[in-house]
Ligand binder design. Structure first.
Ligand code: ATP
Ligand code: MG
Length: 318
């Protein structure tokens, strides 16, 4: 795993597989007797996306150069496209916040956020059937327990997008697909319904935006939390990135005669496929090192998605 840097004015409090979280050093230094969760009492958190790549819940070696910056740029772009959805962005110029400067060395990978009480749920929405959903359908004819028409092929569009939530396992454990009823048990009926409705609504909106740019948003995962100050369910974490979503090229999808040709993807499918072919999870605990060309191809696909969606690196697309 690439080293987690120290940041001037900030204290590192948590690392997930991809992101490192920091709070203002003052919020943990002020009170020596404090032994609780530092995130728990800081109103802001600096979320820094690293270049680490994970697949099948494993962090792989080596990192994908530039990935953290690309994921951050994509998330920010999507927040701009979704102005009606409450999001976790915080603003240093907000007078109520006493926030140290965001250090230069992480500026393009960092997001200043309000600290939310996160729901332990990955809000997955699938508009097309593939991956884990395809596996489930082949075995049971359902996806997330929801019955689907017979005869679907890998990569087909679903009659309508489906919400297939997962329980966010603690670090090191595997996330677990759960039914909607289980989410009600976990977070209560009101919140569970809000999470489902918001996820489907954002997915529909984002799919339309992607489609206008020749891209299919096949599936994605959202995370939400509650803003402590105002109690509102708020969109957090990374949003509609190539790590959290599957994106396909719409033209290739329309013309492709094989599933692989149809699902020309701008995400980490390349990494998943390589790992599936080259790692026997039951035989060795540690996944093998990714070859140089897989790293390069993944970086190139991420770059292309960013360019096609935001038009940022290609002025011709503006
Ligand atoms: N505004 C926020 N307030 C509090 N926590 C947040 C906020 N935004 C994101 N997070 C949390 O920050 C972490 C980001 O780390 P990362 O994406 O690397 O985790 P992960 O490997 O996907 O999963 P895990 O949470 O199991 O570590 C996640 O746990 C996410 O829920
Ligand atoms: Mg995550």
């Amino acid at each position: 795993m690439s080293a987690i840097g120290e940041l001037d004015g900030w204290t590192h409090v948590y690392s997930g597989k991809v992101r490192d979280l920091y709070v203002p050093a003052t919020t943990v230094d002020d009170d020596d007797s404090w032994t609780g969760d530092p995130l728990g009492r800081s109103p802001v958190v600096l979320v820094v996306a690293s270049d680490r790549v994970s697949a099948y819940d494993q962090v792989l070696e080596p990192a994908i150069p530039g990935k953290g910056a690309m994921l951050t740029a994509l998330t920010h772009w999507w927040f701009d496209q979704l102005p009606e959805v409450p999001n976790h962005l915080a603003y240093a110029e907000d007078d109520r916040l006493d926030v140290p400067a965001v250090p230069e060395e992480v500026a393009d990978r960092a997001t200043l956020c309000r600290t939310l009480d996160m729901f332990p749920i990955e809000c997955v929405v699938r508009g097309f059937i593939t991956g884990g959903g395809w596996k489930e359908y082949q075995a049971t004819g359902t996806i997330g327990g929801i019955r689907l028409p017979d005869g679907l092929q890998n990569g087909d569009r679903l009659p309508e997008p489906v919400y297939t939530p997962a329980w966010k396992a603690p670090l090191g454990e595997h996330d677990e697909n759960i039914s909607f009823d289980r989410t009600v048990e976990l977070v209560g009926e009101t919140a569970a319904e809000q999470l489902r409705a918001l996820s489907l609504e954002i997915f529909g909106h984002a799919s339309a935006i992607a489609e206008r740019r020749g891209l299919i948003l096949a599936d994605t995962k959202f995370e939400f939390g509650v803003d402590r100050e105002v109690g509102i369910v708020t969109l957090a974490d990374e949003v509609l990135t190539s790590d959290s979503s599957r994106y396909w090229d719409a033209a290739a999808y329309a013309n492709g005669s094989t599933p692989d040709a149809r699902m020309a993807s701008f995400d980490k499918q390349i990494v998943r496929d390589w790992l599936a072919a080259n790692w026997d999870q039951h035989a060795t605990e540690t996944p093998p090192t990714l070859p140089h060309e897989i790293v390069e191809q993944t970086a190139a696909r991420y770059r292309e998605l960013l360019e096609r969606l935001t038009g940022s690196a290609s002025p011709a697309l503006e």
